[in-house]
Design a protein around this ligand. Structure first.
Ligand code: A3P
Ligand code: MG
Ligand code: MG
Ligand code: MG
Length: 337
């Protein structure tokens, strides 16, 4: 007899414990499975998968950008001012594209550090997850997977580049962009043009679906610059390359990088060098930097320093981008800011 007068059968105790464990397992099996899955995928990510996911995210974001423009439902507002005092615009296109792009990437790889230009205060539940199907063009170009530690990755998203031009209905300048940096070095770049359904992608030391043009004018380069955040870039370029230098003002950092490459679009302007002299953010330039790097080109600060795509969003020191020319000689021609 037990002290309480109740006799405990050992078999009964065992059955009771097993039942208890069963109930606990039933209640928490989902949680446990998720923990195991996230522990497994916490360690490494395949860059080829991440490239395919980045393309998918840029395309899906682009669909939102296009839809909102076509419905004329931009609801534009100012979210602040740049250091130089220009209005920083936010539209429904930026926000809806952000929701698609950010959530698709985070739902697929919950442990990745993803930095988007936009934020979603409404925290809308967007549950889409990538289907892990790598498109044929990527599989044909990049035959192997490449695993890297998850903790070394920073993803930069620009859900809508050239928002100013988007509000002015200058659709050709608009892009969506995804960039993946490993230890701060840009390795994946995706620039998507929603209004012409064109996507450029590249994985450094892996492959790309875009090439450099066959020739560039190194002596008297045509310089592509910002049209809405120009600062003193025109005088800067003329000081370096002479008063007759052809300056092409254009919207969007993504658009300007593509203008240096061999893009199959007659209407997309062509330039030899891209220069920006005001402050800019890493989501604006990382994808272009990765694309150029993959094709043998360069994007640096105006002093020729590499840009570190880890840490804060700020990129000080302006930028100069070129391909198939002597980048160091180009930097040496630039005046001191
Ligand atoms: N001085 C500045 N401060 C903050 N953002 C800047 C900037 N100059 C350019 N940008 C951003 O860089 C992108 C390209 O600019 P531009 O078209 O003038 O060349 C734009 O991105 P978003 O449209 O994504 O905001 C723009 O907002
Ligand atoms: Mg913006
Ligand atoms: Mg941008
Ligand atoms: Mg943007």
């Amino acid at each position: 007899m037990s002290p309480m007068g109740i006799r405990l059968s050992p078999l009964g105790v065992i059955i009771f414990c097993l039942l208890g464990l069963g109930v606990i397992y039933h209640l928490y099996s989902g949680v446990i499975a998720n923990r195991i899955a996230s522990f497994r995928q916490a360690k490494t990510v395949d860059l080829r998968e991440l490239l395919a996911l980045s393309v998918e995210a840029a395309v899906l974001g682009g669909q939102e950008v296009k839809r909102i423009r076509e419905e004329n439902a931009l609801h534009e507002k100012s979210k602040g001012k740049t250091r130089e005092g220009a209005k920083e615009m936010l539209t429904t296109g930026d926000l809806f594209s952000h929701r698609k792009m950010f959530n698709l990437i985070r739902n697929t790889f919950p442990n990745l550090q993803v930095n988007s230009e936009e934020h979603d205060d409404a925290s809308v539940h967007e549950t889409s997850v990538w289907n892990h199907v790598i498109p044929e063009d990527i599989r044909n170009t990049i035959s192997e997977s490449r695993e890297v530690p998850t903790e070394s990755i920073t993803v930069w998203i620009d859900p809508l580049d050239a928002t100013q031009e988007y509000t002015e209905d200058l659709r050709q300048y608009v892009t969506t962009m995804v960039c993946v940096a490993v230890d701060g070095v840009p390795v994946i770049g995706v620039i998507h043009k929603p209004f012409s359904a064109y996507t450029a992608w590249a994985l450094v030391d892996g492959g790309s679906n875009i090439k450099a043009r066959t020739s560039y004018n190194e002596k008297s380069p045509q310089i592509i610059v910002s049209r809405s955040h120009a600062g003193k870039v025109k005088a800067f370029a003329q000081k370096a390359f002479g008063n007759d230098t052809v300056i092409i003002p254009a919207g969007g950092a993504g658009y300007k990088v593509l203008s240096l490459l061999d893009i199959p679009d007659e209407k997309h302007e062509k330039a030899d060098v891209y220069i920006h002299v005001t402050y800019i953010k890493k989501w604006d330039i990382c994808a272009g930097n990765a694309l150029l790097k993959a094709l043998g080109g360069h994007m640096t600060t105006l002093k020729g320093e590499e840009i570190d795509y880890a840490g804060s969003e700020a990129s000080e020191g302006g930028l100069v981008a070129s391909i198939n020319m002597n980048h160091k000689a180009l930097v040496d021609k630039l005046p001191n800011m």
